[in-house]
Design a protein around this ligand. Structure first.
Ligand SMILES: Cc1cc2nc3c(=O)[nH]c(=O)nc-3n(C[C@H](O)[C@H](O)[C@H](O)COP(=O)(O)O)c2cc1C
Length: 220
């Protein structure tokens, strides 16, 4: 039994390419292992509240002395963390909005990044507590940011990878759907290229985790 969590966040509804590719990836990953449960957290259709005083003060308050508002805010974060912790693979779709991720996705991270729950301070460093999961990050952008000169303007990919790594999710595959703003032909090419990358990701994911003759040879 395996669990795949799909998190989507594009504000463009059915037009959203990050949602389209992330959904396709999550669905096909789930189909690779019979009995897999696919859980959808659609942050565009059902946005989370931004964190506020009830959550921040509530999570630092013992459960039996929380106000009703604090208890509700903390319980929501607990549900989101439990959903994430239960996943063996996490697929995240993120639309670039003003060079960063959409705000509903930021709000999701604000709920699941939680000291002593999903990360802890260890001496002078930090230890992420969610380990052993595969993450597939699907980012979509109008511009083309994988190469210079615009790479430095991508405050989405590096930021999301940093947040994921901070809570222990360091095994990340990144699929970009980019350059769709440069006219219909460029958009078509971007989708075709992302399609190819998606098929290659799925093939790699389907490969059994046993040594192949090649890898045995490589280690000798
Ligand atoms: C409000 C808004 C802001 C955007 N900001 C940027 C941006 O800063 N840089 C960029 O390259 N594309 C930007 N775009 C284009 C989107 O990143 C592009 O349409 C992408 O495909 C969105 O992801 P989605 O297809 O999953 O919705 C923006 C689009 C919208 C609607």
């Amino acid at each position: 039994m395996s669990n795949v969590l799909l998190v989507t966040s594009s504000p463009r509804g059915s037009e959203g390419l990050s949602t389209r590719f992330a959904t396709q990836l999550a669905t096909q990953l789930a189909e690779q292992v019979p009995g897999t449960t696919l859980t959808l957290r659609d942050l565009a259709a059902a946005p989370l509240d931004h964190i506020g005083e009830a959550y921040v003060v509530g999570r630092a308050t013992p459960p039996d002395t929380r106000t009703a508002a604090q208890a509700e805010a903390v319980q929501l974060a607990e549900r989101l963390v439990a959903e994430l912790a239960a996943a063996d693979a996490v697929v995240i779709g993120s639309a670039m909005i003003n060079f960063g991720p959409p705000s509903p996705l930021k709000a999701w991270f604000d709920h699941v990044i939680w000291p002593r729950v999903t990360f802890r301070y260890a001496g002078n460093s930090v230890e992420g507590l969610l380990k052993g999961k595969k993450v597939y990050l699907v980012t979509a952008s109008g511009g083309d940011f994988s190469e210079e000169p615009l790479a430095a303007w991508d405050y989405q990919s590096g930021y999301l990878k940093h947040l994921l790594g901070f809570i222990g999710l360091t095994d990340i595959e990144h699929l970009r759907v980019e350059g769709t703003a440069h006219g219909p032909e460029a958009a078509q090419a971007a989708v075709a290229s992302a399609d190819k990358a998606l098929q290659s990701l799925l093939q790699r994911a389907a490969r059994p985790l046993t040594a192949t003759p090649d890898s045995v040879e490589a280690t000798q």
